[in-house]
Design a protein. Sequence first.
Length: 241
Amino acid sequence: MSAVPLVAVAHGSRDPRSAETVRALLAVVRDRNPGLDVREAFLDLSEPLLSDVLATLHGPVVVAPLLLGRAFHARVDLPGLVEQAQRRHPRLSVSVADVLGPDARLEAAALRRLGEAGVAPGDPSVGVVLAGTGSSHAPANARVAEVARRWSAAHGWAGVRPAFASAEPGVPAAVAALRARGAERIAVASWFLAPGLLPDRVRDLAGPDAVVAEPLGAAEEVADLVVDRYLSVVDEVVQTA
């Protein structure tokens, strides 16, 4: 494994469960990749902040975003923070890996979480809401909708509808659409990395009778994906260092 540090950066949250989950995920990354130098960091609201972590490093570094899609944080916030860090620390050379999604391993982890909640494929009485954060950047939402369409065709439920905590369609609209298709029970699959205020909002909006899966969290599939994103750029980093 390369000696180039992997700085895994999540969004951050006022909810302490979020940072705890990120740390649990990175513990899995370390367990499965002995010798890999893995640092945790956050864009905002949690510590350590990315800017502070980068200030302790020099030479080549790979920043791996713990973000499921290319919304505002991936397209604007993260590049801006990296640019600032490199201006302040000329000996630092940062390459940014791709975001985690889309990837089949995220889908596998989300389906496994749904199964752990007691929802198996092939039950036509169940309607599934695939719920994520949502973005003002339409292509990011479209990626979640693509997963929902694929699941709807493949898994034998009454239907699968995308829904977002901070964009349209919202959870109540998705639930109503599934009820209209004949769903007798509602299950919510989580397109969130970690628990927090927005997943809690989704749970509340889904209704008291809905089965709600846990976020992806410290899934082995996610841990392996983080490392693959790192490996996809680290060789280039070493060659140009």
